[in-house]
Design a protein around this ligand. Structure first.
Ligand SMILES: [Zn+2]
Length: 154
């Protein structure tokens, strides 16, 4: 199980600032209300924005993760999402359950910045989603190692 120092470092604070600036530019209730920033292992920063749609909404974290995949690189180091609270303040948004499962499966090494009862901290996906459903992570590992679909059962 990955465990990380819970305290933020300077790069984490910078990532929060970038996500906040992105949301300040793109906020358009009810369509765009959350922005995410990913720091890749090589230091590259990728932004994401949620969008609301009747057919199914896309979370900012997954939006950013898709951009990372476009670079053929799953090496996400850190992720944070920011939203506006009811007072209009920009605050760290905790990852929803669906995103936790997706990050668990695709980028289990990611450090995730969370609001822990008013304290902004870093957590591993194992801490956010203990005893997770593992089958999809296994499928991803198989696919990355070139195992064909026919060999993947389930
Ligand atoms: Zn989500």
């Amino acid at each position: 199980m990955e465990q990380y120092e819970h305290a933020l470092n300077e790069q984490d604070n910078e990532l929060i600032t970038l996500a906040r600036r992105h949301l300040e530019q793109k906020y358009r209730k009810p369509l765009h209300t959350v922005a995410a920033a990913l720091r890749m292992a090589d230091g590259h920063i990728i932004m994401g924005l949620n969008f609301d749609h009747f057919s199914g909404s896309i979370c900012a974290e997954v939006s950013a993760l898709t951009h990372a995949m476009n670079r053929e690189n799953y090496a996400v180091q850190t992720v944070v999402a920011v939203r506006r609270n009811t007072a209009g303040e920009y605050v760290v948004a905790n990852m929803c359950g669906k995103c936790r499962q997706i990050f668990h499966d695709y980028v289990p090494q990611a450090r995730i910045i969370v609001d822990s009862h008013g304290s902004v901290e870093v957590r591993s996906i194992e801490e956010l989603l203990p005893l997770a459903f593992y089958r999809h992570r296994e499928k991803i590992n198989d696919a990355m190692q070139g195992v064909s679909d026919e060999e993947i059962v389930g």
